[in-house]
Design a protein around this ligand. Structure first.
Ligand code: 13P
Length: 253
């Protein structure tokens, strides 16, 4: 059985005091016990958020990590830094980093190896196609190429610890969600690629999230699909009541 995993990616939103206010409000909501939950805020919010969420099941993660331990890398954050503050997970290769900050499959691969070999953090690897790829019918080819490059050199034990987030770029922040069938098709194909690269066992255990305009109104239908194990939520994770409503996807209301 795969435990559902829902993470909120705050992108470049919320100051530390706003993050603390969010945490107070989230703690007042009833959170499900059988769902893995994480908030992935800007770096400056990590420590105050971790502190505020102490005693809850909510994990805290980073939006990026560099593959060197330290050095003259202005603006980067290292794995030892994230380990010391007790970060639980880390996003690797978000499409916004690929688009605006020169993230490549080569750097994603180095970051994945670093995190898996030198920490117990959960990497959330993002893959997904552009609108033009989908219009050309090349979405599977694009995602497969990304996945194979990013996983290259990972052992089966390492691969099994990766969470894969399928985020079609055309559905991010646009209000345009992939239909549950489109999302399921790709998540099933991703599981097939993992089966191909490793084994049935790893394919069946690996967690695959969908991301792109997930909200309380569409989360249930997405989560009902057999190969969608969770969600990576952007905009709707900024409002505690909305995020809690997404986490509550199992309720019948
Ligand atoms: P939205 O939910 O705002 O579309 O963002 C999705 C995303 O990029 C999460 O990483």
């Amino acid at each position: 059985m795969r435990t559902p995993f829902i993470a909120g990616n705050w992108k470049m939103y919320k100051t530390p005091s706003e993050a603390e206010t969010f945490a107070e409000a989230l703690k007042k909501q009833k959170l499900p016990e059988d769902v893995r939950i994480a908030i992935i805020p800007p770096y400056v919010d990590l420590v105050p958020l971790k502190e505020k969420l102490k005693g809850t099941s909510v994990e805290v993660g980073s939006q990026n990590v560099f593959y060197e331990d330290e050095g003259a890398y202005t603006g980067e954050i290292s794995l030892p830094m994230l380990k010391e503050i007790g970060a639980d997970c880390v996003i690797i290769g978000h499409s916004e980093r690929r688009q605006y900050f020169n993230e490549t499959d080569g750097s994603c691969c180095r970051k994945l190896r670093k995190v898996l070999r030198e920490s117990s953090l959960t990497p959330i690897l993002c893959v997904g196609e552009k609108l033009s790829d989908r219009e050309a019918g090349e979405q599977l080819m694009v995602v497969s190429k990304e996945l194979r490059a990013d996983f290259s050199g990972l052992t089966e034990d390492e691969a099994a610890r990766v969470v894969i987030a399928y985020e079609p770029i055309w559905a991010i922040g646009t209000g345009k969600t992939a239909t549950p069938d489109q999302a399921e098709d790709m998540c099933r194909s991703i599981r097939g690629i993992i089966r191909d690269l490793y084994s049935d066992e790893t394919a069946e255990s690996i967690i695959i999230q969908y991301g792109g305009s997930v909200k309380p109104e569409n989360v249930k239908e997405l989560m009902e699909k057999p190969d969608i194990d969770g969600a990576l939520v952007g905009g709707a994770s900024l409002i505690p009541e909305k995020f809690a409503a997404i986490l509550d996807f199992k309720s019948e209301a």
